[in-house]
Write a protein that binds this ligand. Structure first.
Ligand code: ZN
Length: 321
């Protein structure tokens, strides 16, 4: 017995040191939400780096020269696409890498949005059924894809499947692990989707109107039946005009908007002012485009969606946020 035991233990002692370089598969993602999705599918084998870290404003992100290193070292690259992370594409070009690039949003039919900020409240009356993002303009701005597709969990499931395919193709030796991790995670996302749906369904239709900082929740709104208004656009950081803010405040009062939410990626000052002037409650801080750090309330995609759901439900039900 003792003799046999030594034989069995020996490979376990030697293998980690000898093969850690081979078993570690490096992936670099453009932003924190994608990095988490890669981690869920990649499991222990994958070492994931996110170029834009927790709480980063990805729209306005400017990479440092040193970020090129994380691209050069990666064997697989993951971008959102839909115009969200063009700086990542520039980094990839600058790095001159031949590593394959996964576009996580591939196969998703995007919602269309205007690139500039808007007087929320005007012309947004009919929700997704009638193409609520369409608004009247004297000068029609170019419409672009809304990149925030992950806010609909069904889209996140497409992201994860694209990531799984990318990992399997780039690292076929571990394909069984990737498929197994993916199947388990996809099942969790399916129940997350169902939980959001049933939680929102319990809220009376008239209460399902909230205000956020920027237009990051159109996919959530369309998928789960919540109307989101925002003083800032899908991408734009331009401060809304005084008239636009006044419009939004009038709208909040007239429609008895349940709550105004801050976002982790935006300065809270404007929203705090709007809440104070309209009498709306601050419903807490939603995580829109980036996760929190490991000790925050949204260190993973799943935690982020559940955190946001909890705040939204309390806010819409009129409970303290
Ligand atoms: Zn955004």
């Amino acid at each position: 017995m003792p003799h046999r035991r030594v034989v069995l233990l020996l490979p376990a002692l030697i293998l980690p040191a000898a093969t850690s370089a081979q078993t570690e598969f490096r992936v670099t993602a453009s932003f924190s939400i994608l990095a988490d999705l890669v981690r869920q599918v990649g499991g222990a084998r994958v070492r994931v780096v996110s170029v834009a870290g927790p709480d980063a404003d990805v729209h306005a992100f400017s990479p440092r020269p040193s970020d090129i290193e994380s691209i050069t070292r990666a064997r697989l690259l993951v971008r959102n696409g839909l115009g969200f992370d063009p700086w990542f594409d520039r980094l990839v070009r600058a790095a001159g890498t031949t590593a394959p690039v996964v576009t996580a949003s591939e196969r998703i039919v995007p919602l269309m949005a205007e690139p500039h900020h808007h007087h929320a409240g005007d012309h947004h009356g009919h929700g997704h059924q009638e193409g609520g993002r369409r608004r009247h303009h004297s000068v029609e701005p170019a419409r672009a894809a809304d990149p925030h597709a992950w806010q609909d969990v069904r889209n996140a499931r497409v992201y994860v499947e694209n990531i799984m395919s990318g990992l399997v193709a780039a690292d076929p030796t571990a394909s069984e692990d990737y498929r197994r991790n993916w199947a388990a995670y996809d099942a969790r996302l399916a129940s997350l989707d169902a939980d959001i749906r049933s939680s929102i369904a319990r809220i009376p239709q008239a209460r399902r109107v909230v205000v956020t900082a920027h237009r990051a929740f159109e996919y959530f709104g369309a998928a789960y039946g919540v109307r989101f208004l925002a003083p800032q656009g899908v991408v734009g950081h331009a401060e809304p005009s005084a008239a636009e803010v006044a419009n939004l405040i009038r709208f909040i009062r007239a429609e008895r908007v349940s709550a105004v939410f801050l976002e982790n990626v935006r300065n809270p000052a404007l929203l705090q002012r709007i809440a104070a002037e309209s009498g709306a409650r601050i419903g807490g801080r939603l995580y829109s485009d980036s996760l929190s750090g490991p000790d925050g309330p949204a260190p993973t995609y799943e935690a982020m969606m559940r955190h946001n759901l909890g705040l939204l439900v309390s806010g819409m039900m009129g409970e303290a946020g």
